[in-house]
Design a protein around this ligand. Structure first.
Ligand code: NAD
Ligand code: DAU
Length: 359
């Protein structure tokens, strides 16, 4: 089986490549990634010498780059490549439209022309918008994206659908809830809070902190994607979720406990505009059709993830070089975080329990 994985140097894509190479001897992978701020070849350093794995740097929105990857025969394309962070899409949505919409159109055209057997689009539960206190997203829930990121992903889902209806292409779309685990870029809630807690810096909680997400370990997501790739029904959409709803404050408290820091480090900051209140996934379709279920209990997965970040300080240093410090200051100073001590991490003893006074 020869697969083109796009966006394989990011968080979920790199976990997926590692998963497939270890689960499937017959698998050969070509990874096309533009290496944006979120793409990092260090995420794949352990498999880079595997003869079944090959990396090509390129942009999914550039037909020439994509064309180069479609020259040999391909059994499937699985598209992870995306601009993936909601807060960045609120600042500037241009890159989101280029990669998440145009990029998907370019990939679909190439796959159609080359007669690729299967196209898997890795989408998100954010396309459904926000839930009230009750109910869960089903595959039939109307699309109602609220952020530019979610809107760009919903646009891609509709393009994928149209290639199935119009061109009879074999496509499958997955919509997963919030992932956590190793190699996640520390702009997302869990890794950002772990690193801030470890360094006794403030943990910036948006709004009242009572927003709910449905957490899934990245390894459970990767197992679901392997099944979808092989056995998913052409034209289907599958929701994927960990069946584990937690309010952000609960997650942050668990992290503080795991790291051994005081809750006084929690700092409430300005809310995200258009912030979706609650996500919850009904994954009964993939459970019944493909016999998938999540295996990693949240408490265990979170502990493992905390330990992973604590023991990978070089990786952390690498991803925080470059523009990360500027991003952090820009994003959190405007929200009213009073401590932006990224360049000057406090000692664990110095500020634990004092909150936020470094200026
Ligand atoms: P990520 O931001 O960690 O990685 C994205 C990857 O795409 C990076 O390696 C980046 O270099 C690459 N990329 C960006 N623009 C590109 C372009 N134009 N051409 C080629 N490569 C490009 O994202 P992630 O969290 O791993 O998410 C992967 C996919 O899963 C995304 O499509 C996202 O929408 C979806 N998703 C994510 C989550 C989550 O919780 N993280 C949940 C559900 C769905
Ligand atoms: O649901 C799937 C989606 O999950 C994916 O499609 C996205 O790519 C992924 O980024 C994620 O989106 P969220 O916006 O839910 O994730 P994020 O980690 O940015 O935020 C999770 C929650 O935590 C959300 O309610 C906002 C809040 N938050 C986030 C950050 C970064 C904070 O309170 N403080 C923060 O500093």
């Amino acid at each position: 089986m020869r697969i083109l994985v796009t966006g394989g140097a990011g968080f979920i894509g790199s976990n997926f490549i590692r998963h497939m190479l270890s689960a499937r001897q017959d698998c050969r992978i070509l990874n096309l990634d533009a290496l944006t701020y979120a793409g990092n070849l260090e995420n794949l350093s352990d498999v880079s010498q595997d003869p079944r794995y090959e990396f090509v740097r390129g942009d999914i929105a550039d037909p020439e780059d994509v064309g180069r990857c479609f020259s040999g025969s391909l059994d499937a394309v699985i598209n992870f490549a995306a601009e993936s962070h909601v807060d960045r899409s609120i600042e500037d949505s241009a890159a989101f439209i280029r990669t998440n919409v145009t990029g998907v159109q370019v990939l679909l055209e190439a796959a159609r022309k080359q007669g690729v057997k299967r196209f898997v689009q890795v989408s998100t539960d954010e396309v459904y918008g926000s839930l009230g206190p009750q109910g869960r997203f089903r595959e039939t829930t109307a699309l109602a994206p609220n952020s530019p990121y979610a809107a760009s992903k919903a646009a891609a889902d509709l393009l994928v659908r149209s290639y199935h209806i119009t061109h009879q292409m074999d496509v499958v779309t997955t919509r997963c809830s919030n992932n956590y685990g190793p190699y996640q870029f520390p702009e997302k809630l869990i890794p950002l809070m772990i690193l801030n807690a470890v360094e006794s810096r403030p943990l910036p909680v948006y709004g009242d902190g009572l927003y709910t997400r449905d957490w899934i370990h990245v390894e459970d997501h990767c197992r679901a994607l392997e099944l979808v790739l092989e056995k998913g029904r052409a034209g289907a959409v599958y929701n994927i979720g960990g069946d584990r709803e937690e309010q952000n404050l609960q997650v942050v408290r668990r992290i503080l406990q795991a790291v051994g820091r005081s809750e006084e480090l929690i700092q409430y900051v300005q809310d995200r505009p258009g912030h979706d209140r609650r996500y919850a996934i009904d994954a009964s379709l993939i459970r019944s059709e493909l016999s998938w279920r999540p295996r990693v209990p949240f408490e265990e997965g979170l502990q493992q993830t905390v330990r992973w970040y604590q023991s990978h300080s070089q990786w952390v240093q690498g991803v925080r070089s470059g523009d990360y410090v500027n991003y952090y200051r820009r994003m959190y100073e405007k929200r009213g975080e009073t401590l932006s001590a990224l360049k000057k991490p406090a000692t664990a003893q110095g500020t634990a329990g004092q909150g936020s006074r470094q200026g």
